[in-house]
Design a binder for this molecule. Structure first.
Ligand SMILES: *Cc1c(COP(=O)(O)O)cnc(C)c1O
Length: 469
C-alpha cells in the first residue's frame, strides 16, 4: 500500500508536489450553517443555482475553472483583436496541428458550439450515432439533429464496483452489432470520448482506440473524438499500458488522435483556459461546411466566439497541458483525495478517474428510491455541511426519454467532486474529505428530494427541488 504522499509516483519513496508556485491569491468565502441553509433553499436545492459567493470550496466542475499560468496571462497581452485573420488564430491553429495532429481548425465559443456544428454538418434525421457513454450536451446536439444515440461503452463502465483499468473502452461487439443492424451508411460517425466524463473520468486504451479505428475503417465510418480530456487519457495509457511506460504524454496523445478523423474540444478542460473551444478535422469537405456554418452560430472562422487574447492563452495552455509533470500533479491531486476517502470506507467509483471523485450516492442512501434523487440530495447535504459545492450526475442529468417521456434511470447515480486544475491545495483536499466523511456518518437520517420545477432542456442546470419528509 503506497503512502498517501507518494501515490502520484508509486515507485518513488519521496513525496510529489505541484510543479509550480503561487504568484497571485484569491480569498475564499466562509459561511455559517444558517447562511448555507438559506442559500441552498433559495437555490431550490440545486448547486448550479447557488451564488459563488456562498460557496467555500467549489468542486462543481473542472470546466473553465482552471488557473492560468503567468505565461498565459502574458499571452493575454498579445491579443490581436482584429475581426478577421487574427494572428492568435494562426498560432492556435498551428498549435492544435502540432499537438493533436488535426489539419483544419474551426474555433468556437466552447465545446458545445463545436458539437452543434459537427452534428449539423454530419447528421441527418434517422441517423444513428454510437458513443462510449453519453455526454449531456453532445447527445443533445446529436438528437436535436435527428439522430438516435447508442451507448456502446463496455459494461464495466456502468459498474461502480468493477476495477477494470480502461472502463472508457468501446465494446467492439456492441458497435459491430449496431453497424449490422442499422447499416453503416446510417452512421455518420462514431463519437469517442477520452476520458469518459459520465463514467467517472475513465480512460480508453490505445489498443481499443486502434481496434475501433480498424472496425470503422472496414465500414467507411469516420471517428470524431470528444477530446476535452484526451491529455488526461494519455497519462492513464502511460501508466497502465506497459508498452507506453516510457513514452511522453505528448507522443501518446498524438498517436491516439491519429486514429480519429477530427475532434470537438472544450478549451475549458485540458487546455487550461476559462473559455473557448474548437472543432478540428482532417476532412476538407467537413471543414468547408463547418467553416461556413460557424459564421451563423459563433462568429467568423478566425475567431468563432473567442477574443484574440483567449485564443492566444489557449495556445500556450495546450503546450503546458501536455507536459508530464503538469498532468502527473493534476491527477495526483485527485488521487490524494480519493485515497483519503478510501481509508474511511466511503463508496465512490473506482479506479479513480482523471478529473474528480464520483461518490456513489446509491451506496450512501440505499433507503432512497432513484426518483428521490439520491445524488442531488448528497450534493445538497455536502453544501449544507461545509459550503463545498459538488454536482449531480445521475437521474436528473440523464433527463427524460424523448420517445416515452419517462425519466431515464441511469445505473450510475453519482455526486461528482470535480477538481479544478492548479486551483486548490492539498490542505483543501483534506477539508473536502472530512466534509464527505461527515455526510457519510449522517447518511441514515437523510430523506431525499422531490422535483418542483423541471426545465425542458438539460434540466440538471436549472431544476428546483424541495426536501421530502
Ligand atoms: C465540458 C464537456 C463538453 C462540452 O463543453 P463546453 O465547453 O462545456 O460546452 C463536452 N464533452 C465533455 C466530455 C465535456 O466534459
Amino acid at each position: 500500500m503506497p503512502s498517501l504522499h507518494t501515490m502520484g509516483q508509486q515507485q518513488d519513496r519521496r513525496s510529489w508536489a505541484e510543479p509550480y508556485k503561487i504568484k497571485a491569491v484569491e480569498p475564499l468565502h466562509m459561511t455559517t450553517r444558517e447562511q448555507r441553509e438559506r442559500a441552498i433553499a433559495d437555490a431550490g436545492y440545486n448547486t448550479f443555482l447557488l451564488h459563488s459567493r456562498d460557496v467555500y470550496i467549489d468542486l462543481l466542475t473542472d470546466s473553465g475553472t482552471n488557473a492560468m499560468s503567468d505565461r498565459q496571462w502574458a499571452a493575454i497581452m498579445l491579443g490581436d483583436e482584429a475581426y478577421a485573420g487574427s494572428e492568435n488564430f494562426y498560432h492556435l491553429e498551428k498549435t492544435v496541428r502540432e499537438v493533436y495532429g488535426f489539419k483544419y481548425l474551426v474555433p468556437t465559443h466552447q465545446g458545445r458550439g463545436a458539437e452543434n456544428i459537427l452534428s449539423s454538418t454530419l447528421i441527418r434525421p434517422g441517423h444513428h450515432v454510437p458513443g462510449n457513454m453519453y455526454f449531456t450536451t453532445t447527445r443533445y446536439h446529436q438528437e436535436a439533429n435527428g439522430a438516435t444515440f447508442h451507448d456502446v461503452v463496455v459494461d464495466e463502465a456502468h459498474d461502480t464496483s468493477s476495477d477494470f483499468e480502461f472502463k472508457g473502452n468501446v465494446d467492439l461487439a456492441k458497435l459491430e452489432r449496431l453497424i449490422d443492424e442499422v447499416r453503416a451508411d446510417q452512421i455518420p460517425y462514431v463519437c469517442v470520448a477520452a476520458t469518459v466524463n459520465m463514467a467517472g473520468g475513465q480512460p480508453i486504451s490505445m489498443d481499443n482506440m486502434r481496434a475501433v479505428r480498424e472496425l470503422t475503417a472496414r465500414h467507411g465510418i469516420p471517428i470524431y473524438l470528444d477530446a476535452t480530456r484526451a491529455v488526461e487519457n494519455a497519462l492513464f495509457i502511460q501508466e497502465r499500458d506497459e508498452h507506453y511506460a516510457g513514452t511522453p504524454i505528448a507522443e501518446i496523445l498524438k498517436e491516439f488522435c491519429s486514429y480519429a478523423d477530427g475532434a470537438t474540444m472544450s478549451g475549458k478542460k485540458d487546455p487550461l483556459v476559462n473559455i473557448g473551444g474548437w472543432l478540428s478535422t482532417n476532412d476538407p469537405d467537413v471543414y468547408e461546411e463547418a467553416r461556413n456554418l460557424v459564421v451563423v452560430y459563433e462568429g467568423l472562422h478566425t475567431y468563432g466566439g473567442m477574443a484574440g487574447r483567449d485564443m492566444e492563452a489557449m495556445a500556450v495552455g495546450i503546450r503546458e497541458s501536455v507536459r508530464d509533470d503538469h498532468m502527473k500533479s493534476r491527477i495526483g491531486q485527485v488521487r490524494y483525495l480519493g485515497m483519503l476517502l478510501e481509508e474511511w470506507g466511503i463508496p465512490f467509483v473506482k479506479p479513480i478517474g482523471g478529473h474528480g471523485i464520483f461518490l456513489d450516492a446509491r451506496a450512501f442512501y440505499p433507503h432512497l428510491d432513484q426518483e428521490q434523487f439520491p445524488a442531488q440530495t448528497l450534493a445538497a447535504e455536502l453544501y449544507l455541511d461545509s459550503g463545498i459545492r459538488a454536482m449531480e450526475r445521475g437521474i436528473v442529468s440523464a433527463g427524460r426519454d424523448p420517445v416515452t417521456g419517462e425519466h431515464r434511470r441511469p445505473k450510475l447515480e453519482l455526486t461528482r467532486l470535480t477538481i479544478p486544475r492548479r486551483v486548490y491545495t492539498q490542505a483543501h483536499m483534506d477539508v473536502v474529505a472530512e466534509a464527505v466523511k461527515e455526510c457519510f456518518d449522517q447518511r441514515e437520517s437523510v430523506k431525499g428530494l422531490r422535483m418542483v420545477y423541471e426545465p425542458k432542456y438539460l434540466r440538471f442546470f436549472q431544476a428546483r427541488f424541495e426536501p421530502l419528509g
